[in-house]
Ligand binder design. Structure first.
Ligand SMILES: Cc1ncc(COP(=O)(O)O)c(C=O)c1O
Length: 345
């Protein structure tokens, strides 16, 4: 990449190996089920997650909405975090497209939803109420700084769901970062979930695509909904070829991004006008705040860094989000810390 882009891991370019695989991918018509590269990717994904089947979709948003519309019908309700991507950043799609009611409950600072809050939100069988059908977790939880959920916690949510006859979906846009952080295979991390969506196109560097995994019956219905949404792609093997490399190779190196995030957070914590809790840096994402006594404004900081080809996202109430990824190397971290120190002291 030509810039030090710390705005998100969605900015990642495909690797040279991905571009080559895309150029040479065997393809067919995936709506007919005839694209060998898509079929291979879906088989690999299902195996990796220990689920029966998988479906390639265009984006994380599409994966989540298909999951919600597969688990829930019109007038059903899905419990989710009030800071979850699904609730905040997906255009209200469960309601807009499927008449599914969202029930937001507080997202805790560690990314979990309190078990008592989940249980309190489950509706009694009463014609006044929507029918509770689903709980959706997000792992890692982005809006609280990429927090990975503890496996024991996810298992307990799974037990609660089974007790009440609900499905458990995990928005695992960055589930491999979560698995890396807790040091367990992704199949174990997501064992309690009925469905998981994850993104090939974020820290895993593929240019396009997400995957939904679940049971055969779930994926059969999800495939129908993907088609209804216009998400049936034809020679999608060119996308899947990059996805195979994402899944097989890029998942193994995420600890490097986490180490770089820690290094950068530690460097910034030594700048007196920066507020940051280094102990919360667990994956490839963190927040820092600019103190009121900083010599320049948050907006000026963004502009000054951009002059040196360092990109950070717009501030919200003096707070910034930083995300590391494949294209951010230790030498970039050093450059960013030095530049920030000179601008902020
Ligand atoms: C946690 C989370 N879920 C879902 C999505 C949606 O992914 P996409 O942008 O591919 O639709 C994102 C995107 O940033 C995300 O951060």
């Amino acid at each position: 990449m030509d810039k030090i882009d710390l705005r998100s891991d969605t900015v990642t370019w495909p690797t040279p190996a991905m571009r080559e695989a895309m150029a040479n991918a065997p393809v067919g018509d995936d709506v007919y089920g005839e694209d060998p590269t898509v079929n291979r990717l879906e088989t690999l994904a299902a195996e990796r997650f220990g689920k029966e089947a998988a479906l390639l979709v265009t984006s994380g948003t599409m994966g989540n909405v298909i999951a919600l519309l597969t688990h829930c019908g019109r007038g059903d309700e899905a419990i989710m975090g009030n800071l979850s991507h699904t609730f905040l950043h997906e255009g209200g799609n469960p309601a807009a497209l499927g008449g599914v009611h969202s029930m937001p409950i507080p997202t805790q600072p560690d990314g979990t939803l309190a078990l008592s809050d989940i249980e309190d939100a489950i509706r009694a069988d009463d014609p006044h109420y929507p029918r509770t059908k689903l709980v959706a977790l997000e792992n890692t939880q982005g809006s609280v700084g990429g927090q990975p959920l503890p496996i024991a916690y996810i298992d307990r949510v799974g037990e609660l769901c089974r007790q009440y006859g609900l499905a458990l979906h995990i928005d695992g846009a960055r589930i491999f970062n979560a698995a890396t952080a807790v040091g367990e295979p992704v199949a174990r991390v997501t064992q309690a979930a009925d469905s998981v969506s994850f993104c090939l196109s974020k820290g895993l560097c593929a240019p396009i695509g997400s995957i939904l995994v679940g049971s055969e019956a779930f994926i059969h219905q999800a495939r129908r909904i993907r088609k209804i949404l216009g998400g049936g792609m034809r020679q999608a093997g060119v996308i899947a070829a990059a996805g195979i490399i994402a899944l097989e190779e890029m998942t193994e190196r995420l600890h490097e991004d986490h180490a770089n995030a820690c290094r950068l957070a530690e460097g910034l914590s030594n700048i007196p006008t920066v507020e940051i809790d280094v102990s919360r840096v667990k994956t490839n994402m963190f927040f820092f705040k600019l103190r009121e006594d900083a010599p320049i404004s948050p907006e000026q900081l963004v502009l000054e860094l951009a002059k040196d080809d360092i990109l950070i996202g717009s501030p919200y109430k003096r707070e910034f989000r930083i995300v590391t990824h494949y294209w951010i190397q230790p030498m970039h971290i050093e450059k960013v810390v030095n530049r920030m120190r000179s601008l902020l002291t």
